[in-house]
Design a protein around this ligand. Sequence first.
Ligand SMILES: [Zn+2]
Length: 241
Amino acid sequence: MTYMKINVIEQICYNSCCFGGKNKYSNMVEKLSPRDIYSDIKPEEFVELRNIYNNLWKNLDLPENLKPRLQFKAMLSNMAFSISDYTIYIEKRLSPFKMNYRNKTGKNESILRHEIEHVRQIWDIIRFVGANNMAEEFKNQNGFNIKPSLLKKMHEIENTLGRITPNSAEYNKAQQYLNAFKNYPDTSKYYGISIKELIEHLRYKNNLLEKQARKEANKYKPTLTKTVKVAIKEFFKLLSY
Ligand SMILES: [Zn+2]
């Protein structure tokens, strides 16, 4: 139990605990996409993605001051929410064609919705435990303080949304989220395919936080017909350049 506690808070602060969209457990991915396509700071596809993100956040009626930043990063999953940086990262080696395709089909919206659900889960956990309690717990376990920017953000979350108390409607859910978070597998260390990783992957897939996020994302999943239509259209666009 105590070990889990250290693990959780360490994950928050130092391993930049990320909730991945779709983890690919293979070095192959790294080898297959070595090009840094997005050396351009503001590619069109990313501007569009940002608009999709802003609109989705607005439509979900979530507080603007708690909206995580959106940033490119080379990584193994399509998107990931890092708690320590309070940032949603986008895999930057995705080709412009694929990024366009995902923007147009609604696939990116669905993946973003998945990550936003993780953001909301973390809000519930912080509101349940309390920003100060989390910071104190961290200091007791590690002997030094939590990152100031993260502590500030945790307080902002608490002040904006309020604490979850035993009388709150979200109480049971928040408690379950906290337990799931304690048991959230750390998949960031594994890149090859091994039995251990497969087990971790199953744990990851069956974790309540992941199940819940997938459920929300599925509501935004594009239909097959739409996907095919957009793929053909984007492909012809590419030929006409
Ligand atoms: Zn996830």
